[in-house]
Ligand binder design. Sequence first.
Ligand code: SDX
Length: 429
Amino acid sequence: MSNKKATLTLDGKTYEFDILDGSVGPSVIDIRSLYAKTGMFTYDPGFTSTAACDSTITYIDGDAGELLYRGYPIDQLAEDSHYLEVCYLLLYGELPSAKVLKDFELRVTNHTMIHEQMHNLYSGFRRDAHPMAIVCGVVGAMAAFYHDSTDVNDPIQREIASIRMIAKLPTIVSTAYKYSIGQPFVFPRNDLDYASNFLHMCFSVPTEDYKVDPVIARAMDKIFTLHADHEQNASTSTVRLSGSSDANPFACIAAGVACLWGPAHGGANEAALNMLKEIGTVDRIPEYVARAKDKSDPFRLMGFGHRVYKSYDPRAKVMQQSAKEVLELMGVENNPTLQVAKELEKIALEDPYFVERRLYPNVDFYSGIILEAIGFPTSMFTAIFALSRTVGWIAQWKEMIGDPQKKIGRPRQLYAGAVARDYIDIKNR
Ligand code: SDX
């Protein structure tokens, strides 16, 4: 806590509130006693000026375009680390030694299969169900299979549930993909790394050997790392709020999957690629840019803008380089979708409307291009985002559950409805 105070004067009375400093970034005014002292609430729909918790996991500086996982810059982690090491870092706070990392990777590897009866869940869905509908349902259903890791007050059960979800999400997501294309489900393999295993479960078929291309596997692993966590975004806040009621971990992560699905959030990668395809050719970009500026038109440039980043999303920079590598490998660097993406980005970075509002390409702008080049349908993009973000949701959930000051989240409101009035019998209405 700093020794600085904030004072508020209301109806001639002055109230003092502590100012709390973090290790870096904005300080906060501790208003927990505000209602008791003043009988008033703060008002902040969308939480644009509200810190809902304190955390030691991820730090974002939106003006500087900085993103740190436990203090390590995202571009260094994307370049020098790999996803399971980043998972360990997010969960436990420090980079592991080689031995500790190997043990962690083995624990994850030994949990990648899903309960055999979980395969039956998939046949209950239509083949053309959106993969996110399936993933949301199957993740929630994990509580019906793994009863020995649902007690949130038991740290050992919390740990097992965490490992299970990190290990099984690639299997759950790839199985949803196989189900949607009518191909047989593929079991995970213990001899493959995390990203290669996911690609293998998505793209291998029983009729021939499948060799994972290391460049594609590396790009996939980078996508996982870049999406792993992002401070108190909408889906993470959903997980925290769900967890504050002591709901079981699988239910909390399923709630995060549901929130991420929205096109304003994780659904933007699917929406961005669909938008680029709808634009189709470079000469049609001005028409769409005009629509994005038109207040009477609900159309927005998907993959642009961010609540926090008011400069370039550092993840988009890494993703742009990765997109170039993958498209060159796939021999589609002249991909029309990428041409439209590059021209759209150029225009948006020069157009006063976007410059004044500091609307830059975000993580979703390029991830969709890579995923399409790898061979995923757009409907799979957000499910892959959910797979990547599971570790971030779990790390934040564990931090919240382990907080001795934990309270159930219960926001209040500014009530603008009818004041008390008596019931009117229907014959008098
Ligand atoms: C993610 O929070 C996170 O960390 C999320 C995420 C994560 O890792 O968890 O980073 C992942 O969700 C990235 C964002 C993906 N969403 C999109 O790409 C969808 C398109 N973007 C917008 O919907 C929007 O930019 C948001 C939702 C991302 C942010 O919206 P804000 O901060 O609430 O901003 P706003 O809606 O108040 O807009 C400010 C102005 C408005 O214009 P004015 O009223 O000031 O004239 O900018 C305009 C908006 O109309 N604007 C856009 C725009 N985004 C904002 N105009 C055109 N196209 C856009 N994309």
